[in-house]
Write a protein that binds this ligand. Structure first.
Ligand code: NAD
Length: 271
C-alpha cells in the first residue's frame, strides 16, 4: 500500500503561491498543505505585507524563496519572474496558486450604476486579468503538465448583496480559467478554479455585511457549516496532484454544498 504522500505524487514538486498576506489567508493554508505533500514553495507577496511574510516564512521551512509581486503592472509581474529565475536558474515550476483579489472600497459600497471606471478597471485587472498576466510571464518556467489553481466565489453567477463589481471580476476570472485551460491544454497545462464559500480573511473584511453572509451559509448549507481555509487547501492539493490529471477548465465548489441549493430548507422549519 502506497503512503498518502506517494499517491499524491507531489514530493519534490515546485509550487509558486501568490496571495499570502496573513495567517488567515487561504493561500497560507494552501502553502501548509502543499508543504506537507512534499512541495518546495516559492511565494510572490505584495510589498505592503512584507513584514508579515517574513514572520510567516520561519514557520514553514519548505518556503525556499519569496519575491515581491504587484500584478497591477505588467512590468512588476515580469520583475517577479526575472528575480525568481535569476536566483533559481533551471528550476521549473509544476504548480501555481493564484489567490489574488482586490477591489477599491467603492466597488462594494457605492450603487453599481455609479462606480467609476478606474475602480472597475482596478478590480478586474487585479482580480481577474492578473491570471492571464501571471500565466504569460510564467510560461517559460512551467514544466509540462503544470497545474494552476485560482480562487473564485459563487457571486460570479448569482447575486450576492454587497459583492458589487467583484462579482463581475470573478465572472471574468472564471472565463479566463476556461479560456486559458483550452488554449494551453494541448501543451499539457491544466487550470482550474475553486469557488470557495465565505471565509473571514483580510480581503473578505472589505465586504460590508460579511458576517451576515457567514451566518446565513452556516444555517442553510447542506453541511450546516461554513468552510475554512483548510477545506479549500485540501481541494487545491488534489487539483495540484496527479489524482486530478483529467480535470481542467473547471470551477469546483468548496462551499459546504451551499451552491447546490436554491430554496433553503429552513423556510420549512428544517434544522
Ligand atoms: P487575503 O486578503 O488573505 O488574500 C488576498 C491576496 O491578494 C493578498 O495576499 C494580497 O496581497 C493579494 N493581492 C491583492 N492585490 C494584489 C496585487 N496588486 N498584486 C499582488 N497581490 C495582490 O484574502 P483571501 O480571502 O485569502 O483571498 C484569496 C482569494 O480567495 C481571493 O481571490 C479572494 O477573492 C478569493 N476568495 C475568498 C473568499 C473569502 O470568503 N475569503 C471566498 C471566495 C474566494
Amino acid at each position: 500500500m502506497q503512503s498518502g504522500v506517494l499517491i499524491l505524487g507531489l514530493e519534490g514538486k515546485v509550487a509558486l503561491v501568490f496571495g499570502v498576506a496573513s495567517e488567515d489567508s487561504i493561500a497560507w493554508a494552501i502553502c501548509q498543505r502543499l508543504a506537507q505533500a512534499g512541495c518546495k514553495l516559492y511565494l510572490g507577496y505584495q510589498k505592503r505585507f512584507m513584514s508579515r511574510i517574513f514572520q510567516l516564512k520561519d514557520k514553514l521551512p519548505e518556503i525556499s524563496g519569496f519575491y515581491p509581486l504587484d500584478v497591477g503592472s505588467d512590468i512588476t509581474t515580469a520583475e517577479f519572474f526575472t528575480e525568481f529565475s535569476k536566483e533559481n536558474p533551471d528550476l521549473k515550476v509544476d504548480i501555481m496558486v493564484h489567490a489574488i483579489g482586490f477591489a477599491p472600497r467603492e466597488c462594494f459600497d457605492r450603487h453599481i450604476l455609479f462606480v467609476d471606471d478606474d475602480a472597475i478597471n482596478t478590480a478586474i485587472t487585479i482580480s481577474a486579468n492578473s491570471l492571464q498576466r501571471i500565466m504569460r510571464h510564467a510560461m517559460p518556467y512551467l514544466n509540462n503538465n503544470s497545474s494552476t489553481i485560482t480562487l473564485t466565489y459563487a457571486a460570479s453567477t448569482r447575486y450576492v448583496p454587497n459583492y458589487g463589481v467583484m462579482s463581475i471580476a470573478k465572472a471574468a476570472l472564471e472565463s479566463w480559467t476556461r479560456e486559458l485551460a483550452c488554449q494551453l491544454g494541448p501543451e499539457g497545462h491544466r487550470l482550474n478554479a475553486i469557488s470557495s464559500g465565505p471565509i473571514k480573511t483580510i480581503a473578505a473584511g472589505g465586504i460590508p455585511g460579511f458576517d451576515k453572509i457567514l451566518d446565513h451559509v452556516e444555517e442553510n448549507s447542506p453541511l450546516r457549516r461554513n468552510v475554512n481555509q483548510d477545506d479549500v487547501a485540501g481541494c487545491t492539493v488534489w487539483l495540484a496532484s496527479n489524482l486530478s490529471s483529467g480535470v481542467t477548465g473547471q470551477c469546483i465548489h468548496v462551499d459546504a454544498g451551499y451552491s447546490s441549493t436554491m430554496v433553503p430548507g429552513s423556510i420549512m422549519g428544517d434544522k
